[in-house]
Design a protein around this ligand. Structure first.
Ligand code: GUN
Length: 287
């Protein structure tokens, strides 16, 4: 068996065309969707991600506003900036790029973002709403994973899903979203004993551990669908996921590549959430 490659770049392109059309409709009604991005410090990877997000906004007609703050910014200055963006009607979405420097009170920062502008879906309200099933904004990477599976025509009801990685940004919300679709979900993490015992049962394996080559062919059920969320830079500069692509592609039915799998969807779902936020604003103004 050679796995079908799930082309995240192509799916992202299709979704972005539809998003651009919705932006045009909003503009015709007098609303230009706006995304505010806050970048603190000089983390190189964060700067790359923020650059991609800003460029993607431009490409679909979303206005973006970027604040770049030095590593030494204090909590109060950052919180005051978020409060100002909360009150700015030109801003429909606010994204604070993570990680933040250790002296910054990250939970407080995330909870200061208005829940109506929390397009990253990291506010406690949105995380809680994921549990109860009435989320306003789903976090972008898990939302992208759901879209990729949807694009493959996979009905998640009753499927055995194993999520490897239990981060707040990816693993936990992905597990909740796939459970909401009817999957039976197991979450594995750094303390899981005998990881392979779980992964081998997975009809759908989602890997977000940040460990290159963690998942090898012997750990994967023949015919499984494998979604690799990992983005790791090797010492030789290559970007790879958490899954041994060559080995696992001989066993899986379908899998995402890295790069070109989940990554483009993460940015796309941020655009989608920003447009949804602007549409909600317009609907409220019309009501
Ligand atoms: N850092 C790593 N992933 C993300 C993400 O999806 N959003 C934000 N804001 N920061 C991140």
């Amino acid at each position: 068996m050679t796995a079908r490659i799930i082309d995240g770049t192509a799916l992202a392109r299709r979704l972005r065309t539809a998003i651009a059309a919705r932006v045009d409709t909003l503009k015709a009604s007098g609303v230009t969707p706006g995304l505010a991005v806050i970048l603190v410090g000089g983390d190189a990877a964060s700067a790359v991600y923020v650059g991609r997000k800003v460029k993607a906004c431009e490409a679909v007609g979303i206005r973006s506003f970027t604040d770049r703050f030095p590593e030494t910014i204090d909590n109060d200055t950052l919180l005051a900036r978020i409060a100002a963006l909360n009150a700015d009607p030109a801003v429909h979405g606010i994204l604070v790029q993570l990680p933040l420097p250790p002296h910054i009170d990250m939970p407080r920062v995330l909870e200061t973002i208005s829940i109506d502008k929390d397009v990253d879906g990291f506010h406690l309200y949105n995380i809680g709403a994921l549990v109860t099933g009435n989320t306003v904004f789903s976090p972008c990477t898990p939302y992208g994973v759901v879209k990729l599976l949807e694009s493959e025509g996979i009905d998640l009801k009753g499927q055995n899903v194993v999520v490897v990685g239990a981060s707040n940004i990816v693993g936990k919300p992905t597990a909740l979203m796939l459970m909401a679709e009817g999957a039976t979900v197991s979450i594995c993490h750094i303390h899981t004993r005998d990881l392979a015992q779980y992964t081998i049962m997975a009809d759908i394996l989602v890997v977000a551990a940040g460990v290159p080559g963690l998942i090898v062919a012997q750990m994967v059920k023949r015919g499984a669908v494998v979604i690799d969320v990992g983005i790791n830079r090797l010492p030789d500069g290559r970007i790879v996921g958490d899954v041994d692509f060559a080995g696992v592609s001989a066993k899986a039915a379908a899998m995402t590549p890295v790069p070109g799998g989940v990554g483009p969807l993460t940015v796309t779902m941020l655009l989608e959430n920003t447009v949804v936020s602007a549409e909600r604003t317009l609907a409220l103004a019309d009501a």
